[in-house]
Design a protein around this ligand. Structure first.
Ligand SMILES: C[S@@+](CC[C@H](N)C(=O)[O-])C[C@H]1O[C@@H](n2cnc3c(N)ncnc32)[C@H](O)[C@@H]1O
Length: 372
């Protein structure tokens, strides 16, 4: 049975399908979902690039930041780093390598946990991180509580969680007609309307907004379960303020072979489906569960803050020839500048039980501080 047939069958049995269920089946159906089927989504031959596909410097700069966070927690004997949706594990590999190399004390305390629910990607992680698994430095985990001091890290995780879609006609449902999926509308639920009231805007005729209830649940539970530690969420997204200014209304996109489309109903299971992250809502969920939230940063500000102290030496370490430096400079530029991922990606940093001065002094939060 194809995924399309499977979805059609569920619609026949249960009636019009909420958009979040459609997205969930397309991405995470255990056999046929986009992320479950194989591990070839990333990089040049895949459908999209993430920051870790661009250059190891992304993981290296974050390793630097994790080391500072560990210190702001009083350098505990053991710290867990729980990565949500690690994909192929390139980021984890870069962080582990660089920490071992540059931050040996932090590395000694570090235990890396990987919460990845795609069977194909879990298998890939075993290969990418073979040594770390063998050495007991890394292990598989669920998106769940840490057992002590902990850093939660998520890059492009929240944008891959199923969302509801709401318009002035109500909540989006998918129906099947003559072998095609079509859109229909049902009254929005009380929970959806409450979310829109608090964290989003009421869509005008012809507009849509997303209601990321699954993301809110994840964030609330993660923050509530965290005893002591930090959280870093990196993703493309927006604030309520920006929505009020008329932007980011309807951000569901599909990606296939590096081209974007606004039609998520083509080729179910063969294309990625994402929605931009509502950072106002995520930050509120963290705060309501005892976390201290820092002002939202752009990826550009965050990485500049970490890297500028040593002129991004982490990027250029292996470069011997001027051509190599030039290539790395371009990759760095892509990660940091507005034309690349620097402005569309945002960084949410939050903490619980960490030293105030240590947190305020984190290099990732320092960009622009102390300047005129
Ligand atoms: C867009 S990819 C990002 C991968 C990686 N963080 C990167 O930046 O390259 C999203 C990842 O989240 C994983 N994922 C989605 N929902 C998950 C869940 N509930 N638990 C664990 N992993 C999940 C997907 O399987 C996928 O590997």
């Amino acid at each position: 049975m194809t995924l399309r047939e499977k979805i059609e069958q569920e619609i026949r049995e249960r009636g019009p399908m909420p958009f979040s269920r459609y997205m969930e089946m397309c991405l995470y159906d255990p056999e046929l979902g986009y992320y479950s089927r194989h591990a070839e989504q990333f990089g040049k031959a895949g459908d999209f690039y993430t920051s870790s596909d661009v250059h190891a410097v992304f993981g290296r700069l974050l390793a630097r930041q994790f080391d500072e966070m560990w210190r702001a927690l009083g350098s505990p004997e053991r710290i867990e780093l729980l990565e949500l949706g690690p994909g192929r594990g390139l980021f984890a590999r870069d962080v582990l390598d660089w920490s071992e190399n540059k931050f040996p004390e932090f590395f000694q305390a570090l235990h890396y946990r990987l919460a990845e629910n795609s069977p194909a990607l879990r298998e890939r992680l075993q290969t990418t991180l073979k040594q770390a698994f063998a050495a007991g430095k890394a292990s598989m985990a669920e998106v769940g509580p840490c057992s002590g001091p902990c850093i939660l890290f998520a890059n492009e995780f929240f944008d891959a969680l199923p969302v509801e879609v709401v318009s002035s006609k109500g909540g989006l449902r998918i129906v099947a007609r003559d072998g095609r999926f079509e859109e229909a509308w049902a009254p929005a639920s009380a929970e959806e309307l409450e979310f829109v009231d608090r964290y989003s805007v009421h869509p005008e005729d012809g507009e849509r907004v997303e209601v990321p209830l699954v993301a809110q649940q994840y964030m609330s539970q993660l923050a509530a379960n965290l005893q002591r530690g930090f959280l870093i969420v990196i993703d493309y997204g927006y604030t309520r303020q920006e929505q009020l200014a008329g932007r980011h209304r309807g951000t569901v996109m599909a990606y296939r072979q590096h081209s974007a489309s606004a039609n998520p109903y083509q080729a179910p299971g063969e294309q990625d489906i994402t929605a931009h992250v509502n950072f106002t809502a995520l930050a509120a969920a963290a705060q309501q569960n005892g976390m201290q939230v820092q002002p939202l940063l752009t990826q550009s500000q965050f990485l500049m803050g970490i890297g500028e102290q040593n002129q991004f030496a982490d990027a250029f370490e292996e470069c011997r020839l001027p051509q190599e430096r030039a290539k790395v400079a371009l990759q760095l530029k892509h990660l940091v500048t507005p034309a690349g991922m620097g402005e569309s990606f945002h960084v949410l940093v939050a903490s619980k039980g960490a030293d105030q001065a240590g947190t305020a002094g984190l290099s990732g939060l320092s960009f622009g501080k102390g300047r005129v």
